[in-house]
Design a protein around this ligand. Sequence first.
Ligand SMILES: Nc1ncnc2c1ncn2[C@@H]1O[C@H](COP(=O)(O)OP(=O)(O)OP(=O)(O)O)[C@@H](O)[C@H]1O
Ligand SMILES: [Mg+2]
Length: 262
Amino acid sequence: MDKKCYKILTASHKGGVGKTMVSINVAAALKSAGYDVLLIDTDTANPSIGPLLGLPDSGPGYAEIIDGKNKIDETLVVVEPYGFYIIPAGGNGDALATTTEQTNKFFEKLSKLNFDFIIIDTPPGTATDGALKNYDEALIVTTPEETAVLGAKKLSQKFINNHLQHKLIINRMKKDKYELDEEKIEKMYGDVAYSIIPEDEIIEESEAKHTPAYMINRKSAFSVAVDDLIRSYALRAGEPGQGEKPKKGGFGGVKRFFGGGQ
Ligand SMILES: Nc1ncnc2c1ncn2[C@@H]1O[C@H](COP(=O)(O)OP(=O)(O)OP(=O)(O)O)[C@@H](O)[C@H]1O
Ligand SMILES: [Mg+2]
């Protein structure tokens, strides 16, 4: 029986604001809550999900699926011991210019998999109009800086025009003297739903250990914010563990690797 899969796009206009960090930890948190989760790296020019998780050699991935060279199940990797799946970026290090048709085809293939959540991490500024109907929701990530918030606003307008529901994530909030506070951000961006993720030292530890911050310490300020963020999704997907699990062997000898590898 088919179950509804909720597809979340992680996007930003400005680079380096924390999209990938948010994507990885949302994936880890949803998996910990009992859901079947797939995380996809579409940043073929700067793949970072594999490296951040310590994946030794990413092999074929998103780029090869788009090019029709590999099937999805040849690219899937399950990240142990956490149990969420990834599709690494793959490719040869070049940015990938993907047509709407290719993206639609990719999502058609994804719809045949049996995940509760699919999180799609993107390079900065790349969400193209035609492809947006493939997502159920977008997370627009920003930092509390003027240029990042103005970029987030641009993206938000694009999503409004394309009827894609979205939420603002204000990441790396330090609450220091010179950063934009919530009121200023709301004034700049408009009155919308937003979540705050604080600046947290655990991210440094997470990068050094190639382990999602959420799996290092669920009580860290960062992890607590991620838990707050996924709460609304949990309500959407119903009770964890109620969905049909991926069939045993259904992904044909899927690759496994243990996160935290050097
Ligand atoms: N909440 C946080 N606390 C502390 N550091 C953070 C936090 N979020 C992100 N960082 C830092 O910011 C860096 C950039 O994060 P990340 O790679 O997730 O951004 P990105 O938006 O995916 O970048 P790109 O646009 O290149 O894809 C990380 O390497 C990490 O050091
Ligand atoms: Mg990234």
